[in-house]
Each structure stands twice: as structure tokens, then as C-alpha cells.
Design a protein around this ligand. Sequence first.
Ligand code: GTP
Ligand code: MG
Length: 372
Amino acid sequence: MVAGLKKVMKKGLGEMGFNKGGGSINWFPGHMASATRAIRDRLKLADLVIEVRDSRIPISSTNRDLQPMLTGKRRIIALNKKDLANPNIMHKWSHYFESCKQDFLAINAHSKNSVQQLLELAEFKLKEAIIKEPTLLIMVVGVPNVGKSSLINSIHQIAATRFPIQKKKKRATVGPLPGVTQDIAGYKIAHQPSIYVLDTPGVLVPSIPDIETGLKLALTGSVKDSVVGEERIAQYLLAVLNCRSTPLHWRHINTKGFEENTNDKHEYNVRDLLRNRRKPPNLSDVHYIEDVVTEVQRTLYVTLSEFNGDLDDENDLEVLIAQQFEALQKALKIPNKASEARTMVSKKFLTLFRAGKLGPFILDDVPDVSGS
Ligand SMILES: Nc1nc2c(ncn2[C@@H]2O[C@H](COP(=O)(O)OP(=O)(O)OP(=O)(O)O)[C@@H](O)[C@H]2O)c(=O)[nH]1
Ligand SMILES: [Mg+2]
């Protein structure tokens, strides 16, 4: 199955390379080179590093260039966004990290409980230093958009309940696109000893040798969509879902409820998923999001189950993906004539995936550590 996926990726991406000088695509923004240098400098001083990765891609969200420095430090790998990752497969990753003797924790940066557990592990790792040192530095590093600043805000919030921090509490800026944090900033979370956590800009390596790693980073939002193009990312997502037969698990989807609602004229925009997180959701919006998800899943189930080709064959897989783009256009009610229809389909489809509406996923395979 994977053979078709690999060929489709190569064909779809053509000559595109994930490297600094590759074509006209500037995917390694200028600030990243200087940020990487600044992070390296500060790492020398750090007493503990929390390396944040994305739970959906525990290996692909590694910054390989920083690894030699990180392995020489007290380090915790925080696999963030665990709410978006398949918990059954996460168990296998737990075994993997344990077998590597690497301290790690799967977390959700928005959950106080989860962050509390991470803080307990950090405190445990620092217990000797806490007795000796008057000041300690914890650095939070990772590729863009994995949730470093969200984690810092949660840590800071928990710290504020333990001791009065500053008069006016600083908050790290958080956002759905990569590249939000551009400067290193410190947040005091304890005194006696004084403990500071440093938020850092997300940094990637200047060259990603493997196309699939680049696509996974794009799919999970570490690389800007405009760099790879929404269509390519959506095509990759469809290829992954088909090759894993995921849509066949959606055969139970009840189409009846959807058909009953199709006459309703309510306008629904998938982008609304990302807005107004704090506002309680309007019940009718919730129903419409559910309807859209149902219809997308049903569409992918029908197209895959009726497909007679060979998913190992790149051409067959491409035909299926083309059919699915057309079917999704109808499912998402994008007008036939829209010149940007494929881009619109891709954007909406990606938004659903990224919000976890298509279910939890882990895209990386657990490395084989049996030594065979
Ligand atoms: N579902 C989910 N979303 C999260 C979680 N943590 C952060 N996010 C979201 O992920 C997006 C990126 O979060 P940030 O905290 O800005 O990520 P960052 O690593 O600081 O990003 P850069 O500063 O660009 O490197 C935001 O939309 C957050 O709300 C999590 O545990 N689960
Ligand atoms: Mg940030």
C-alpha cells in the first residue's frame, strides 16, 4: 500500500525540495536562522529543556539540528496536542520512548491536569539543582506551531496560583499559524530558587531531506500552507487515509440524519471552527459542523469502497484522489464553477483534519527497536 503513496508524493511534488534555496519557495523564513543561533546560545545555560513535539508526528516534529545539544542536557520530550492523537497508538509510542530511556509525557497544553503532570516531572528532574542553585532556567523549544507558547501560558497560570508572580501577568502570544513567536522571552514561575521558563520561536532545519517529513509538518501546521500549497497537502492527506483504509471504518456513518437537514439554508463556514473558542458554541453551529463531518466521511467511504483499482499503483491512487476531490466539492457545497474550487475543498478538508474532526491520528510509524 505504501508504495502507491510514496510514488504519488514524488509525482505530486515534482521538483519541489524542502530546502532553503529550493526554487522560488522560501520556506525557511529569515528569522529562523538567527533564532536557531540564539536558541543554541541560551541552551548552554539551560538547566532543563522541554522539547515540545506534535503527538501526531513524534519523530517528524524533531528538529534534527538541535538534537546533539538537546541530548546532552536534562530533557523532557512533551508530545503535545495529545487530544488530536490516536490514544491506542500513543501507547506504542510510550513503549518506544521508555525503551530509549527518554523522559517524555504526552500532554494537552490546554489541560491544567496535563501541564501539572509535566511540571511534576520537571521538578523531579531538577530536584538536585533546586537545592543548590539560586536561579534555574527551563527552556521550551520545538518546531513551529507545536504549542510551546500555549504550554508556557498554562505553566505560568499554574505558577500564579502558587506565588504572586508579577503585578501584571505577561501572556505569550498564541496563534493557529506557524511563526507566531519571533523572540525569546522569559517568564518567572517560582522564587527561592527563582525559576524562569523561556519561550522560544519555533525553528525548523534549513533542509528537510525527506519529502514525507515535510508533508507531515505541513499537514500538522508547522510549515505554512502557502509553502507547499493546500492542494498538495490535502492530496497527501487523502493518500494517507486511503492507504490506511481509514474511510472504510466510517461505513457506520448514518446518512439519514444528514439527508433530513440538507434543505436547511444555514450558511456554514469551516473556518468558524477556529474562531471564538471561548464563546459557548451555538447549538445549530455544532449540528452543522457535525453534518459537514458526516458528509465528508460518508463521501470518502463511498468513493473508496466503490474503487476497483489498486492502491499500490500510483496512477490508480491518483484517479481515486481526483474522484474524491470532486465528491468532496459537492459534499462541502462548493459551487461547480468556483475557479479556486480545489483550493477551497483543500482548505476546508484540512481545517476539519486539523481540528480533529476526522478523528485522532498518528502519522509517524513507531520505529522498530527490536534490533532486528
Ligand atoms: N488541539 C490542541 N491544540 C493546541 C494544543 N496546544 C496548542 N494548541 C493550538 O496550537 C496552535 C499553536 O499554538 P502556539 O502555542 O502558538 O504554538 P507555538 O509552538 O508557540 O508556535 P510558534 O510560536 O509559531 O512556534 C494554537 O492554535 C493553539 O491553540 C493542544 O494541546 N491541543
Ligand atoms: Mg509561540
